[in-house]
Design a protein around this ligand. Structure first.
Ligand code: XMP
Length: 317
């Protein structure tokens, strides 16, 4: 009979046995899985766990600071690395979605490895792998066609030749959240929507510039804050804002404008494999649209994505 309390006790014991007096290094993403995995490892070995959280320049507004503050609150030993400029210069000129993903995945490994090398005598690599990741990474290597290469599984372990610590390897997402609650992890962390590893880079269609990232962060902040303030955030599986490479004509006062368009996306889903567009209230959409257009200079048009998956995907790239 599975209970989260038993899972925590048994897992912490098993981790102590596996790790002994060695050190563990781990990349944290600000997501549910890596946070819960790190908290379990921290229970077992304390500050011999060295966490690393990288600002890749395509996080949401204030996300780097807020996530680091939450780690601090939980008591995790996590170092924040500002690598924004390195990511922007590698991404410059890249427009193909898969090229953007590969660039981000590769640079992330480089940055992580550099930081790992600074910690003396690391013996193990912590990972927030959960059961669906295990299954999915098997099928990715099978005959099926890769539609989008997800970089959060694989990459790190092969390159680093470190023994793995994966305390969530046999859990499903809902079990991970239950374990997280048992561990006292705040709900602002446990109940976050999924967010892709390549972040806003795959929500800026075409070329990425720091200016476009800033525009999208501001528009997305209005949308996500609006969802939370109106108690809609928990009713959808995932939501996000997409910056389209399209300028259109508008009017502001008696001035003609020629600015960007953003698309709002919200879906309901169980596992992200299929998804329906969320029927958000018109009133809410109307308010978000005016708030974005009135407050985010550079955007003069807002549209709502009414496509389901399949045939559309959740992300636009
Ligand atoms: P799609 O767009 O394929 O997305 O319907 C399904 C889920 O996967 C997330 N996603 C990614 N996550 N790296 C990630 O870590 C990626 O490259 C990536 N692409 C899509 C997407 O946000 C959604 O939750």
């Amino acid at each position: 009979d599975w209970t989260s309390a038993h899972f925590v006790t048994d897992t912490v014991e098993a981790l102590k046995k596996q790790i002994g007096d060695r050190k563990v290094i781990m990349a944290l993403s600000g997501g549910v899985d890596s946070t819960v995995a790190a908290t379990l490892i921290h229970r077992a070995i304390g500050d011999r766990l060295f966490g690393i959280f990288v600002d890749n320049g395509v996080l949401r507004k204030n996300e780097f600071e807020e996530v680091l503050a939450t780690y601090d609150k939980i008591g995790l030993n996590v170092k924040g690395i500002d690598a924004k400029d390195r990511f922007y210069s590698e991404l410059a000129g890249k427009t193909d979605p898969e090229a953007k993903r590969k660039t981000i995945g590769k640079l992330f490994i480089d940055v992580f490895q550099e930081e790992a090398n600074k910690v003396q005598g690391v013996g193990l690599l912590g990972q927030g792998t959960i059961y669906p990741d295990v299954i999915e990474s098997v099928s990715v290597h099978g005959p099926s066609v890769t539609i989008k290469s997800h970089h959060n599984v694989g990459g790190l372990p092969e390159k680093m030749h470190l023994e793995l610590v994966e305390p969530l390897r046999y859990l499903f997402k809902d079990e991970v959240r239950r374990v997280g609650r048992e561990l006292g992890i705040p709900s602002e962390m446990l109940d976050r929507h999924p967010f892709p590893g390549p972040g806003l880079a795959i929500r800026i269609l075409g070329e990425i510039t720091p200016e476009k990232v800033h525009l999208l962060q501001e528009a997305d902040h209005v949308y996500i804050k609006g969802l939370k303030d109106n108690n809609l955030y928990a009713t959808v599986w995932q939501a996000g804002t997409i910056l389209l490479p399209v300028k259109s004509v508008g009017v502001m006062g008696d001035e003609r404008t020629y600015e960007f368009t953003v698309a709002l996306r919200a879906v309901t889903s169980v596992d992200g494999m299929t998804a329906d567009w969320a029927h958000l209230p018109y009133e809410f959409l109307a308010n978000i649209s005016s708030e974005i257009i009135n407050n985010v200079r550079g955007i003069n048009r807002v549209v709502y994505d009414i496509s389901s998956k399949p045939p559309a995907t959740i992300e636009w790239e």
